[in-house]
Design a protein around this ligand. Structure first.
Ligand SMILES: NC(=O)C1=CN([C@@H]2O[C@H](COP(=O)(O)OP(=O)(O)OC[C@H]3O[C@@H](n4cnc5c(N)ncnc54)[C@H](O)[C@@H]3O)[C@@H](O)[C@H]2O)C=CC1
Ligand SMILES: O=C(O)C1=N[C@H](C(=O)O)C[C@H](O)C1
Length: 245
């Protein structure tokens, strides 16, 4: 049995994760932590893998604590920057064999949308990302959209493409956040859950790639897969594609 502790267990995702763990034959829930609990309560005597769905403010501290405790982490929480990831890598250097796995998105539809976008990027002059979420989400743009924009930018770089056409004369917030040269727009609307549309355009044609997570259950197969694979790739791994393709 894999003993799994959950940080953020009372939240929207945490609740769904606890339900999924209860339905998994090879897993048992260990500690279920909320914002007032000490993550250092998690250690190898009670936990094999810790799952974090907390908040962008809390996740780095939690992760560094869990590395210090010698427990593998599976993380869905957003808020990662290159600097924060470097801090995790540095901490992991002291703990060979330990793994930290971060997925901006655990839904297969979103992982495939990213992959398709990276494949398509070199064939289109223009590309923009629109992410649409429930209005209780605290961060914008979504971690998924940031990853998608970076993947598109990297594919364009590899293809030797320059900047996208845009006659806007001065930067304006209505054009969204520019991530690595790719415009990202965030919509917050009651009734939505988690959605992303990647728009690509050429003279006379358009490609739209869209992924919709209508319910949080869509993230659970990915979370359980990452828990089962924890420790299989030591060090820091970012993206469910590492386990899928
Ligand atoms: N990677 C993925 O597939 C997905 C990622 N997310 C991300 O997961 C995170 C959580 O999302 P939701 O569940 O919707 O938020 P939420 O606000 O419903 O849940 C977060 C929970 O964490 C708790 N919390 C805050 N700080 C904590 C700490 N230091 N220790 C323990 N618990 C703490 C809060 O009290 C709350 O219960 C967000 O960053 C969101 O973007 C959400 C959905 C899918
Ligand atoms: O907060 C959410 O809901 C989600 N957060 C993640 C993100 O920011 O990309 C994943 C998914 O979009 C749902």
């Amino acid at each position: 049995m894999i003993r799994v502790s959950v940080l953020g267990a009372g939240g929207r995702m945490g609740t769904e994760v606890v339900r999924a763990l209860k339905g998994a034959q090879d897993m048992q829930t260990a500690l279920l932590l909320g914002p007032d609990d000490d993550p250092a309560a998690i250690n190898p005597s009670n936990t094999d893998v810790a799952v974090d769905f907390t908040s962008p403010d809390a996740v780095l501290g939690n992760t560094l604590t869990l590395i210090g405790q010698g427990v593998h982490s599976v993380i869905g929480t957003t808020g990662w920057t290159k600097e924060r990831l470097d801090q995790v890598r540095q901490a992991l250097d002291e703990h060979p064999g330990l793994s930290v796995f971060i997925a901006p998105n655990f839904a297969i539809s979103a992982v495939l949308a990213d992959r398709f976008a990276a494949m398509a990027a070199r064939y289109f002059e223009s590309a923009e990302v629109v992410e649409l979420h429930h209005p209780d989400k605290v961060d914008a743009p979504s971690g998924t959209a940031l990853g998608t924009a970076s993947a598109i930018a990297e594919a364009r770089r590899q293809a030797g493409m320059g900047p996208m056409p845009d006659a806007t004369q001065q930067p304006d917030p209505s054009r969204g956040r520019v991530v690595d040269g790719v415009h990202v727009h965030a919509v917050r609307l009651r009734g939505l859950n988690a959605h992303e549309e990647i728009l690509m355009g050429n003279p006379g044609e358009q490609l739209t790639i869209r992924a919709d997570s209508f319910e949080r259950v869509s993230f659970m197969p990915g979370v359980l897969l990452a828990v089962r694979r924890a420790g299989s790739i030591p060090g820091l791994t970012v993206g469910l594609d590492h386990y899928l393709f």
